[in-house]
Design a protein around this ligand. Structure first.
Ligand SMILES: [Zn+2]
Ligand SMILES: [Zn+2]
Length: 379
């Protein structure tokens, strides 16, 4: 399947897609208002106010109308505008203009549809314009052959946020729960904020580094992590493509230092927001210049080298926040302004689609030496 041509400003397609995107988010948002017990997360409800999300919903429906009008005027193909108009009308019929938040009874398990809608909206708002104006690969369309696969990964990891959260905390609690860490926590929380945040980012990145490196060097584990590396089209959604075993293991490892050190709520929250945005940024299809910052913090160029398809460069740039960690452990690679020629795996037979990739690592005999490209690197 050939990639779709890249969208250009002025064709009426971008406005059409924005209109459809906003109207779908509005519909999902209305579902959240109607069934908050099962579709929204208690943790996130504590962060936003109902007034704010009511306004956001109103804004999204109105903006969708405006964009569908723009698309109608600009595009010879009226179908985008019409689809968005139908979806918008549907949103209004479902009560989109008069939804009201209500008090919610706490249930044990719920989906994170509110998290999915809000994060998808926010990330698209930040990264779609960046990729449009400053693309790294200006031939690559957002609608490349595997964009739906990446969107499914994004949706699943957000919908099951509660499950992922609980699983992430388990190993740290099991191994370190018996220790009395209050003294350490007090010391950490008395540090200046910047130092505390640096410590949180640095320690989690060290743990992440080794978890990540084990996934590369261990034959069977590589099958799981290969899913993340299978994307040939790096963009803001590509980083979501991660097998759930990979997520559990790497996140629980990274959570250990957070648990032991007991950082303040402020530091923890800033850490979570930073990591969420930064992880999307380093996969994004953008050549924005970061100047000297690229030596201090990982950038798209840095992480694209980690995804390089040429076996010569496998086993480089495992750190996700601080390049100096790779420098210390001898896996640093950042050649000036040069970017890798291509990203992905050289195995053309690698399964495509969420379901196939979900079962793929389990189908392989763990004792059979499989093609692990990392073994051929000179590490
Ligand atoms: Zn990797
Ligand atoms: Zn990656």
């Amino acid at each position: 399947m050939e990639s779709n041509p890249r969208l250009k400003v002025g064709e009426g397609k971008i406005s059409g897609y924005i209109a459809i995107f906003l109207s779908i988010l509005s519909l999902l948002g209305i579902l959240c208002f109607k069934f908050p017990e099962v579709l929204t997360t208690a943790d996130l409800r504590a962060v936003y106010t109902t007034e704010l999300v009511e306004k956001l919903l109103l804004f999204a429906i109105l903006a969708s109308f405006v964009f569908s009008l723009v698309s109608f005027l600009l595009s010879r193909n009226k179908k985008y505008a019409l689809i968005a108009l139908v979806l918008c009308t549907f949103a209004i019929v479902l009560g989109g203009f008069e939804v009201q938040g209500r008090s919610v009874e706490k249930v044990n398990w719920s989906l994170g549809l509110d998290w999915l809608v809000l994060d998808l909206f926010l990330m698209a708002l930040i990264f779609v314009p960046i990729e449009l104006v400053f693309p790294k690969n200006d031939k690559q369309s957002k609608f490349h052959p595997e964009w739906r696969t990446d969107l499914i990964y994004f949706a699943i990891s957000h919908l099951f946020i509660q499950l992922f959260g609980v699983m992430t905390k388990r190993p740290a609690e099991a191994f370190f729960g018996w220790m009395n860490l209050d003294g350490l926590s007090q010391w950490v929380q008395n540090l200046p904020f910047v130092l505390e945040l640096f410590l949180a980012l640095f320690l989690t990145d060290i743990f992440q580094y080794w978890a990540h490196r084990i996934f590369h060097s261990h034959n069977y584990l590589w099958r799981f992590h290969a899913v993340h590396h299978s994307t040939q089209h790096m963009d803001w959604l590509a980083g979501s493509r991660t097998h759930f075993i990979d997520i559990f293991f790497t996140r629980s490892m990274s959570f250990i230092p957070l648990y032991i050190m007991g950082f303040s709520t402020l530091t923890f929250n800033v850490y979570v927001v930073f990591i969420a945005i930064h992880a999307v940024l380093i996969h994004a299809n953008t050549r924005i210049k970061f100047g000297f910052l690229k030596y201090l913090i990982t950038t798209p160029q840095y992480h694209h080298w980690h995804h390089c398809e040429d076996p010569k460069y496998y086993g480089k740039n495992f750190a996700v926040v601080f390049p100096f960690i790779d420098y210390i452990f001898g896996t640093y690679h950042l050649p000036g302004d040069v970017w890798p020629e291509g990203t992905g795996l050289r195995e053309s037979s690698f399964p495509k689609g969420f379901i196939k990739q979900l079962f793929y690592p389990f189908r392989v005999n763990p004792f059979k030496s499989e093609i692990n490209p990392n073994e051929k690197s000179d590490r």
